[in-house]
Ligand binder design. Structure first.
Ligand code: NAP
Length: 298
């Protein structure tokens, strides 16, 4: 008999991930702080939990996917938290993006009660969550990774066990350093092209397949040229992840100058009320500095 799954946190990501678990035939109990967000999954066959502790009492494996470090701490260790319902031998899988150090502390607190933990942050956005094509970076014990693999396979495509507790979160933050590094390079390049008077579309065609190309340039430069700021990933969420990078880098004593710069530039956009726009709207911060805007030739 396959293990019973609990799912806590049915936001943009959690909705799709939980639906894919149901689709793969797992018995699923869900809980979300805003109760109305549970309705769709319950209509599809999930059981409704009364609290994270109740979900844990009805499950062998409990997945969490909430916003930030204090939120994971609340749903795992809070008054109604998972720790109060889970049995020894249960496994907690945290798919949120949070602090690697806090993750190690959570794993230790759960471990004292005989509860296992894996950190398993994801990348691939809401589309990847809905389609079951997420990349999942997993930290924790190898035996627990093997136990959880069928669950990961129902939610994702590229599943990598990267090390012990916190290693999944660290690799996710590595991912974010690369994302914003590529993003600022793209934005600076487009501003330079605009100032140089060249046709932006022709510039894009000429260089996107070469050594200067990137996923970011291929997918987001056309959006910038169309001044389409709809988010694949919002500035607010990106900023939360950059804060985690800066905190971890400070603890580690490693300089991260580009990430620091991008964090400050995003701050200027948040101050203008633009935090819900896509992370490629970073170019607006450079436009404000330069005093001109990207405007492709008609
Ligand atoms: P979201 O749509 O904002 O959903 C957040 C979820 O967390 C909601 O279910 C919310 O409940 C719950 N929550 C937040 N604080 C809580 C608390 N203190 N107690 C209980 N529940 C709480 O966010 P999301 O986009 O699904 O992201 C979830 C996680 O995945 C984040 O760590 C994010 O960084 C990561 N992630 C997101 C993306 C993306 O493209 N969106 C991609 C990769 C990774 P309510 O419904 O009651 O507010």
């Amino acid at each position: 008999m396959s293990e019973r799954i609990g799912f806590v946190g049915l936001g943009i990501m959690g909705q799709g991930m939980a639906a894919n678990l149901l689709g793969a035939g797992f018995e699923l109990t869900v809980w979300n702080r805003t109760i109305t967000r549970m309705q769709d999954l319950v209509a599809q066959g999930a059981h409704a939990g009364a609290s994270p502790a109740d979900v844990a009492a009805r499950s062998d494996i409990i997945i969490t996917c909430v916003s930030d470090t204090p939120d994971v701490q609340a749903v795992l260790l809070g008054e109604q938290g998972v720790i109060h319902g889970a049995r020894p031998g249960a496994l907690v899988i945290d798919c949120s993006t949070i602090s690697p150090q806090a993750t190690r502390e959570l794993a230790a607190a759960l471990g004292e009660k005989g509860i296992h933990m894996l950190d398993a942050p994801v990348s691939g956005g809401s589309e990847g969550a809905a389609k079951g094509t997420l990349s999942i970076m997993v930290g924790g014990d190898g035996d627990q990774f093997a136990r959880a693999l069928p669950i990961f396979q129902a939610m994702g495509k590229t599943i990598t066990h990267v090390g012990g507790h916190g290693a999944g979160q660290t690799v996710k933050l590595v991912n974010q350093v690369l994302v914003v590094g590529n993003c600022i390079a793209m934005c600076e390049a487009l501003m330079f092209a605009q100032a140089g008077g060249v046709d932006l579309q022709k510039t894009y065609t000429a260089i996107s397949q070469g050594a200067a190309g990137s996923w970011m340039f291929t997918n987001r430069a056309p959006q910038i040229m169309a001044r389409d700021w709809r988010p694949g990933f919002t500035i607010d969420l990106q900023q939360k992840d950059l804060r985690l990078v800066l905190e971890a880098a400070d603890e580690l004593g490693v300089p991260v100058p580009v990430t620091s710069l991008v964090f400050q530039l995003y701050r200027t956009l948040q101050a203008r009320g633009e935090g819900s726009e896509g992370n490629h709207a970073l170019i607006k911060a450079l436009e404000h500095l330069a005093g001109f805007e990207i405007a492709p030739k008609a």
